[in-house]
Design a protein around this ligand. Structure first.
Ligand code: NAD
Ligand code: UD1
Length: 338
């Protein structure tokens, strides 16, 4: 198949592009490089020996998108492009709604015009909000509690409506839990701009000496060690979930939603200690107050993805940390030189 990957030079997109190429698909990447570097695509080409077609295009530029669809005979779209910082989304909500919601509409209009009807969408566990019991199951009522999460919920709604209005659409909504890790080569990985918001990228920067110590947000949760629990998923497992979803929807019209997680909760301190094992020594940390908006614990019920797609996670938390560390150690400044 020829697959258009929006946001394909970003963290999850680049790992998925790599697996698509390895599986024999052709890959066309559209990215405006607002949060990534073209170097990731160069390295995907180096690792696979196959060159994705790269277009520096903003999703909001419908004319440029139409041009990409005109140039390539696209069979399916995997749609990663979007802004993803929860805290920032409360400060500049309009930018988030414009980029993530209007950008998705622009993409869907271009797909409709080009006759492309297959899309895999990056949703998030954040759509479950704070009113659900754990583990989260796909059929639960959703209700995000921040603008970023609401952009995901809105795009899910748009895709549901599209699938209802026109039964030829093949739509997969993938709700990711907490992606971490990197390709085992250490050549591609997550390269956050500025101070990382997420736990593992922050720990990795402490380990490499770019940050003094990890601040653990909350040590008084009702969890076994008092720190919050999340469902971490290796980015290679997550990427494989996209290929499985693509396979599934390719011959089944409709709208499908799957959690992509491991089904296991890991605490902040357990994650820190796994990273310390990968690095080979202790890392400095301090327990501080809870982060506003954080939940004590959540993880996926991942049984639907197993039943429908035959997909489940394969990598342990130790492997996630080892691979993340290899990437960070070999590329202390991410894709930037020096
Ligand atoms: P990322 O920032 O590394 O990748 C997103 C890519 O989209 C970037 O390369 C960016 O330049 C590009 N982009 C953003 N807006 C664009 C636009 N208007 N036009 C073209 N390109 C644009 O993020 P990621 O971690 O790879 O996440 C991929 C997707 O998965 C996002 O939609 C994100 O919301 C979702 N998601 C991520 C996580 C996570 O923790 N990483 C969790 C759940 C869901
Ligand atoms: C965050 C987002 C969520 C998004 C997810 C993607 C918030 C409120 N939520 O979730 O919408 O889907 O990322 O991966 O931002 N922690 C520390 N110190 C740090 C950083 C994090 O203790 O420096 C803790 C957090 O309090 C949390 C855990 O580590 O308990 C994981 O944090 P993070 O990686 O930011 O993920 P989420 O909070 O699950």
């Amino acid at each position: 198949m020829k697959v258009l990957v929006t946001g394909g030079s970003g963290y999850i997109g680049s790992h998925t592009a790599l697996l698509l190429l390895e599986a024999g698909h052709e890959v066309v990447v559209v990215d405006n490089l607002s949060n990534s570097s073209k170097e990731s695509i160069n390295r995907v080409a180096e690792l696979t020996g196959k060159e994705p077609s790269f277009h520096q295009v903003d999703l909001l530029d419908e004319a440029a998108l139409a041009q990409v669809f005109a140039e390539h005979n696209i069979d399916a779209v995997i749609h990663f492009a979007g802004l993803k910082a929860v805290g920032e989304s409360s400060i500049i909500p309009l930018a988030y709604y414009h980029n993530n919601v209007a950008g998705s509409i622009s993409l869907l209009r271009a797909m409709e015009a080009a006759g492309v009807r297959t899309i895999i969408f990056s949703s998030s566990a954040t759509v479950y909000g704070d009113g659900n019991s754990i583990p989260y199951v796909e059929k639960m009522e959703i209700g995000a509690t921040n603008p970023y999460g609401r952009t995901k919920e809105m795009v899910e709604d748009i895709l549901n409506d599209l699938g209802t209005a026109d039964s030829s659409w093949r739509i997969a909504l993938l709700r990711y839990f907490n992606p971490v890790g990197a390709h085992p080569s250490g050549r591609i990985g997550e390269d956050p701009l500025g101070i990382p918001n997420n736990l593992v990228p922050f720990i990795a920067q402490v380990a490499v000496g770019r940050r003094e110590k990890l601040m653990v947000f909350g040590g008084d949760y009702e969890t076994p060690d008092g720190t919050a629990q999340r469902d971490y998923i290796h980015v290679m497992d997550l990427a494989a979930g996209h290929l499985a979803a693509l396979d599934y929807v390719n011959d089944k019209a409709g709208v499908y939603r799957w959690n992509l997680g491991s089904g296991v909760g890991t605490s902040v301190l357990e994650m820190l200690h796994a990273f310390e094992r990968a690095v080979g020594h202790d890392l400095p940390y301090e327990i501080t107050g809870r982060r506003a908006g954080d939940l004590p614990a959540f993880w996926a019920d991942a049984s639907s993805a197993l039943a429908d797609l035959g997909w489940s996670t394969t990598k342990t938390v130790d492997q996630m940390c080892e691979d993340h560390w290899r990437w960070q150690h070999n590329n202390p400044n991410g894709y930037q030189e020096g």
